[in-house]
Design a protein around this ligand. Structure first.
Ligand SMILES: [Zn+2]
Ligand SMILES: [Zn+2]
Length: 269
């Protein structure tokens, strides 16, 4: 009946490196009104533990896919922030880490009734639960500079607020930088009142290039393994928004102003 009927059909699984898998959730197939094709979930595999970065939309079971990759290693799970497209698979796991500023947002059932009138039939899968996604049982709050050890792999948490108050990026000791929704191509979701906070987070990420020129960026949406240009273009683009503000259009579903330049689309709240 549906184009997708199992987790294996739904998630696109890419073994990008020996220790890095990308599991792509299909936001466009859930609701094209977000102007976003993919949500990228990342799985980092260290010598004794693995770290899952984000849990996606929760439309299909994610845990069996992860278990099948990591086998008997210990699994840790972290959310880059609390927006629905990153956290709705949380309930499948025993505990989830998130920045302390967004702990509260993932502590209760998530109402995703706004998806009810999506043009995609597949969202009927949410009907059995009344468009309410249960929360994770245990939340482990994290803070800026905290390091998660996976054995030979280390992951440092960098607080990068702006897109949301508790948005984090994650930096590995092997030069991968996971930026969550703080920096990605495609449709960037921004809050006008927090532009200065957002821009200082982008500067904070750009400063990392002074210590390592070879960073590869893995955003939570759209293209991955991108370079520093993403951050430079985004910083310039956001600074230029006031100059193109006259070109904005109202999006009634998002309840935001939508604009675009040569690199990005922006939804501004
Ligand atoms: Zn977000
Ligand atoms: Zn997102």
């Amino acid at each position: 009946m549906f184009k997708f009927s199992t987790s294996k059909e739904w998630f696109e699984i890419i073994k990008h490196k020996d220790y890095l898998y990308i599991i792509r959730d299909r936001l466009d197939e859930i609701d094209p009104r977000f102007y976003t094709t993919y949500t990228n979930l990342y799985l980092l595999i260290g010598s004794h533990s693995a770290l899952l970065i984000d849990t996606g939309c929760g439309l299909f079971p994610l845990k069996p896919i992860i278990d099948n990759i990591i086998l008997d290693k210990t699994l840790l799970v972290i959310n880059t922030h609390s927006h629905f497209d990153h956290i709705c698979g949380n309930y499948e796991f025993n505990n989830v880490m998130i920045h302390k500023k967004e702990r509260r947002q993932i502590s209760k059932p998530r109402d995703i009734a706004f998806l009810r009138d999506s043009p995609k039939e597949i969202i009927k899968r949410y009907e059995s639960s009344g468009f309410i996604v249960p929360p994770v049982k245990e939340i482990r709050p994290v803070i800026d500079n905290q390091v998660i050890e996976l054995g030979n792999l280390y992951v440092k948490i960098i607080h990068t607020p702006g897109h949301s108050p508790g948005s984090i990026s994650l930096l590995t000791n092997k030069n991968e930088l996971f930026t969550g929704d703080t920096a990605h191509y495609g449709m960037m979701y921004l809050i006008k009142a927090t532009f200065p906070i957002f821009l200082s987070s982008i500067s904070k990420l750009l400063e990392l290039y002074q210590k390592s020129v070879n960073l590869e960026i893995y955003p939570s949406h759209e293209e991955f393994a991108v370079g520093k240009d993403l951050l430079v273009n985004l910083s310039n683009g956001v600074k230029n928004i006031e100059n193109i503000w006259e070109t904005r259009k109202r999006d009634n579903f998002l309840e935001a102003w939508v604009l675009s330049d040569e690199n990005f689309k922006y939804a501004v709240f």
